[in-house]
Design a protein around this ligand. Structure first.
Ligand SMILES: NC(=O)c1ccc[n+]([C@@H]2O[C@H](COP(=O)([O-])OP(=O)(O)OC[C@H]3O[C@@H](n4cnc5c(N)ncnc54)[C@H](O)[C@@H]3O)[C@@H](O)[C@H]2O)c1
Length: 319
């Protein structure tokens, strides 16, 4: 009898598919490796939110046929182990992009209009001191740099187009002509960083993208630049970002993701000025949670039924 493990909180809409098809599943909320090893041992498939699945855990899963991430980032799962054992890794490639794109634009606007400071001012009864809030800016006519032109980068570009922004894209892995046919322009990273008023990052965390934005890159930016990272912590070097903000070398920043999650209470980045934080929830709207839950379950069921949706499989080459 098929057994599926769902690690973390899944929206009911996905679980209802399993229940209505009378498919046996367990839910796991204790991510301790010893517990995972025990509970996953006889599972045919794993749907996983944020828990880490290293080889140490996966090697105990003797019946495993697929791991399905609830999301698109997969740095929490040991892909090398899955490849070696010919186990596909699925992601929810059709669910997240719009939700994250809206979050980026929210962060741009909250930073540009200093909404958090405005909110605090009104709450403190200092409504009349509105002239204290200075140096707010518009998105209109601004130059945007999108680093990574995949699913999310494309949705961000589409939405910013309606703000009459000039959109530049940096993605060395996308055919330049595919970017330039849009109203967007391909740009190299250095020129993009020097040019941009707003920067947003949409690349996976890999050895190649770790610290992609560090002291040197931050030093290229204009004084009025606002940078937002909703991709993964570690792509922007947090200490360097703190320093850049402290020295007013850039105007502002937004972080949905952190080098260590959750960040320690005494993490220096939490003391930064002109920064907006969210707790890695760019994709956690009601609509997106529902879509991700359903897509994760569908990824599992189609694979177990030999009808794998290859578009969603990261390691298609092993199939
Ligand atoms: N904050 C959140 O809740 C949240 C939600 C979803 C995704 N994410 C993160 O966003 C990332 C992007 O998601 P996606 O669905 O757009 O992925 P995607 O795979 O569709 O696109 C990633 C793009 O990055 C490009 N890229 C890779 N290395 C690059 C580099 N060095 N410079 C420039 N471009 C590079 C790739 O060519 C690709 O086009 C994910 O890897 C994930 O980590 C975060």
């Amino acid at each position: 009898m098929t057994k599926i493990a769902l690690i973390g909180e899944f929206h009911d809409a996905g679980k209802e598919i399993l229940t209505s098809n009378k498919i046996n599943f367990i839910e796991i909320f204790d991510y301790d490796f010893e517990n995972l090893k025990k509970q996953l041992a006889d599972c045919d498939a794993i749907g996983v939110r944020t828990a880490k699945l290293p080889a140490e855990v996966l090697s105990h899963c003797k019946s495993l046929k697929i791991v399905a991430r609830h999301g698109v980032g997969y740095d929490s799962v040991d892909l090398e182990y899955l490849n070696q054992n010919k186990i596909p890794l699925a992601i929810t490639g059709k669910s997240n992009a719009v939700s994250v794109a809206e979050h980026v634009i929210t962060m741009f606007l909250v930073s540009a209009r200093k909404i958090i400071e405005c909110h605090e001012l009104v709450k403190k009864g200092e409504f009349s001191k509105k002239t204290l809030i200075q140096n707010t800016v518009e998105l209109f006519n601004k130059k945007i740099l999108i680093i990574g032109y995949g699913r999310i980068g494309k949705e961000v570009a589409k939405r910013l187009h309606s703000f009459d922004c000039e959109i530049f894209v940096h993605d060395p892995f996308v055919e330049k002509n595919n970017i330039n046919i849009n109203p967007y322009k391909f740009i190299d990273l250095k020129s993009g960083l020097q040019n941009a008023d707003f920067i947003t990052i949409h690349v996976p965390l890999t050895d190649g993208t770790k610290n992609l934005i560090s002291k040197k890159e931050l030093s290229l930016m204009k004084k009025n630049t606002i940078i937002v990272n909703t991709a993964r912590g570690g792509i922007v070097n947090q200490d360097d970002l703190f320093q850049s903000l402290a020295e007013n070398k850039i105007l502002g920043a937004g972080l949905d993701v952190f080098t260590h999650e959750p960040p320690e209470k005494n993490d220096i980045i939490l003391q930064a000025k002109n920064i907006v934080f969210t707790p890695h929830n760019a994709a956690l709207t009601n609509e997106c949670r529902r879509r991700m839950s359903i897509e994760t379950i569908e990824n599992i069921l189609t694979h177990l039924d030999n009808k794998t949706d290859l578009d969603n499989i990261i390691n298609k080459n092993i199939l």
